[in-house]
Design a binder for this molecule. Sequence first.
Ligand SMILES: Cc1ncc(COP(=O)(O)O)c(C=O)c1O
Ligand SMILES: [Zn+2]
Length: 385
Amino acid sequence: MRYSFLTHLSCTKCAATTEPTRLLNVCAAPGCGGSLFAEYQLPSLSRGDVAGRDRTIWRWHELMPAKSADEIVTLGEGGTPLLHAPRLGARLGMRDVWIKEEAGNPTGSFKARGLGAAVTMAKALGAKAVALPTAGNAGGAAAAYAAKAGLACHVFMPRDTPKVFRIECEAYGAHVTLVDGLIDDCGRIVAQRKDAEGWFDVSTLKEPYRVEGKKTMGYEIAEQLGWKLPDVVIYPTGGGTGLIGMWKAWDEMERLGWVGPARPRMVVVQAEGCAPIPRAFEAGEPVSVRFPDAHTYASGLRVPKAYADSLILKILRESKGEAVTVTDDEMRRGVLEMASSEGLFAAPEGGAAWIAVEKLLAAGKLDRGERVVVFDTGTGYKYVE
Ligand SMILES: Cc1ncc(COP(=O)(O)O)c(C=O)c1O
Ligand SMILES: [Zn+2]
């Protein structure tokens, strides 16, 4: 059987299709610039067919973009535990709280999934160097996978990003530029320089395959819960790649006959100091406005305007979801509660996701009996500064 059933890329804005045979960023139709999605001719594949395979993102290789196993650049990403959290849940009178614990990924965050897939494809399609803006974790992941692949890597991060992220990138051999600005300022520099420098831009949702790596979280949750999706999924959101990816995954899985049509309510969590999605969601807007003076110690949430904000907002509305904001002090409390109740030292983004449960309950938007999956997207060890 074929290794991958990838057939083409399709634009999420104008539906134009493209062959997936060369390095591509966004849709090239005049004035479009939409994110490109990988599309598959769905194979006949049963849930049992994958059962004995390695627990990495490539477990689902028919629905992943690499043409053969030889192309794959892997550090063992994916296959993270979904942990029942009874002691944490009991704090709020809940019994069915689960934590998707992403800290065990290579480089300590779920960014390994997306960058593992993106670097695999960049190398396979002939890139010699990748470049990206980062809030921290994506840079470390890109640098590690580029090192493994033998590609050069250029990382642009805000100057005030915790020092460990720069040290990590440099250890992996990446060229790091500190920028006086935020992640979108970093992204602009990459866009300006990439053609002259010969860099392939792996900014999230400006390249088709990071979302493919991150969608595997959707496959995994389904499998780990016995192929029944939870009632609610809580996702700390910067660029929104995982949220968008999981939504795509469940659509693929429904077409494969692996899950039914029911979907979780998707909950975006952002910081009070940087909440473009909650603002747009509450205002009923289809896109967000760049959030002014964005600040939060959860660097992964300091994204003042996500490139694919329209996709995030569409999913929130389709899923009858919510958008919640959390203060930095609340995140710190969330981290301590997760650590002392469940033995998980979460990134502040994970702490934020847990606090969102409390806020949804208080607002009457969550029932205590519902099954909730909270994303702990990375390790807390990188934030101890
Ligand atoms: C620990 C952590 N959580 C969440 C996010 C946000 O992820 P996404 O860009 O998929 O919304 C990031 C992004 O940098 C992160 O590092
Ligand atoms: Zn388009």
